[in-house]
Design a protein around this ligand. Structure first.
Ligand SMILES: Cc1ncc(COP(=O)(O)O)c(C=O)c1O
Length: 402
């Protein structure tokens, strides 16, 4: 029978809650680019777009692997030399109760697998607010509602412990901790981690410790791995090559499963099942893991030096702007200043792109306390670019709100 009518294929309704503000702004940038203007991109956390390059010994390791025809499928949990190097890294982080280690296509896949292996419909996971939006996107994909705990701006964006306590329900399975934090740049104190560990013990919770920025500490804080202060608590610690080793396009991440062996076994079996179902992570790129974790770390000295200088400039110029207040970031390469304006921060960000050609991300794209407004800056660009961008932001503030 001939087809007479084409009907729309509707996507699943659960996708209505999937948002990724960082890339969703691209349409405004396209408009500006089409008019012949250049955008100053302070929106995407990709170091390789700026003056950061992947260490050459890692490139050589991947190239050699490709030449040696390591181009087939890899074991589902990762190649042996990478798994052993990650176990070594776990030991350096002070994690003494490692039960398993697995390699993924970026921490993005670790997040996807760990959430899918944990949560049943009707259960929930405590995620930070503001958060890295992948977590809420994956939860939406799984049909799980959001249960977000606040980070406290007045306390340097540390997790709000009382809010976490209020929000734990009998259906809560775990807590996501992003440390160092995206989008605020905060670094958790040891005391905070100890308090969260106590809550996890009391309520039988899994901790998903996203520590992808753990080597990008900008001051003299020590980075404390959650699993090191809570060796008994079921934890998956996330790490990868994207940020510390300046290779986000390689899509290499990993998970370190730790805690009481009997307690984590069933959950880990579930993760392993999903790892097998998706075959493997990118194969040749896995050969960079051992040289990254065990080889020279010299690039990190230069990376931290640049980031410290760009962070200092960011905080100084933001705090000199009217209606803006910026808590100084202590890790990673993000700042999350508050803005006191009479309209939504999404409108402010849209106008900033269209009028001043500077791209940041609105705070509402990450979630924030009702009644507050923010924007997220990526301070990876060089000082000259940042100065230009902050001058443009200050100009828009003056033109629009005074
Ligand atoms: C907190 C956090 N977790 C995970 C990711 C994803 O990392 P990957 O490139 O390893 O998928 C990012 C990327 O920006 C991030 O900021």
């Amino acid at each position: 029978m001939p087809i007479t009518q084409t009907r729309e294929i509707t996507p699943a309704s659960r996708l209505a809650n999937v948002r990724y503000a960082i890339r969703d702004l691209a349409c405004y940038a396209d408009e500006v680019t089409k008019q012949g203007h250049k955008i100053l991109p302070l929106n995407i956390g990709d170091p390789n777009v700026f003056d950061f390059v992947t260490p050459s010994h890692l490139i050589e390791a991947v190239y050699a692997a490709m030449r040696e025809n390591k181009n087939g499928y890899a074991p589902s949990s990762g190649i042996t030399q990478a798994v052993e190097a990650i176990r070594g890294e776990a030991a350096k982080k002070g994690i003494t109760t490692v039960q398993d280690v697995f390699v993924t296509s970026g921490v993005s896949e670790t997040v996807d697998l760990c959430l899918a292996a944990l949560l049943n419909p009707g259960e929930d996971l405590l995620t930070p607010c503001p958060d890295y939006p992948l977590y809420s996107a994956v939860l939406a994909k799984l049909g799980i509602g959001l249960n977000a705990y606040y980070l406290n701006e007045d306390d340097g964006w540390q997790p709000d412990l009382d809010d976490i306590k209020r929000k734990i329900t009998p259906r809560t399975r775990g807590i996501v901790l992003i440390n160092p934090n995206n989008p605020t740049g905060s670094v958790c104190t040891r005391a905070m981690l100890e308090e969260i560990a106590e809550l996890a013990r009391r309520h039988n919770l899994v901790i998903l410790a996203d520590e992808i920025y753990d080597k990008l500490i900008l001051d003299d804080d020590e980075h404390v791995a959650f699993a090191a202060v809570a060796p008994d608590v079921p934890t998956v610690t996330f790490g990868g090559l994207s940020k510390n080793y300046l290779a986000p396009g390689w899509r290499i991440g990993w998970g370190i499963v730790s805690g009481d062996a009997a307690a984590v076994k069933p959950y880990n079996d579930g993760i392993q099942k999903l790892l097998r179902a998706r075959l493997c992570a990118n194969h040749p790129e896995q050969y960079a893991i051992k040289p990254a974790l065990e080889g020279p770390q010299d690039h990190l000295i230069e990376v931290r030096r640049k980031l410290r200088s760009r962070r200092d400039l960011t905080v100084k110029m933001c705090n000199a702007m009217p209606r803006v207040h910026c808590v100084s970031p202590r890790g990673a390469f993000y700042a999350f200043p508050s803005i006191d304006i009479p309209e939504g921060d999404d409108v402010f960000v849209r106008e900033l792109i269209l009028q001043k050609h500077v791209m940041v991300v609105h705070g509402s794209g990450f979630g924030q306390k009702p009644g507050t407004q923010h924007f997220r800056i990526v301070f990876l660009p060089d000082e000259k670019t940042l100065e230009k961008a902050y001058a443009a932001i200050a100009e828009l503030m003056r033109e629009r709100y005074f």
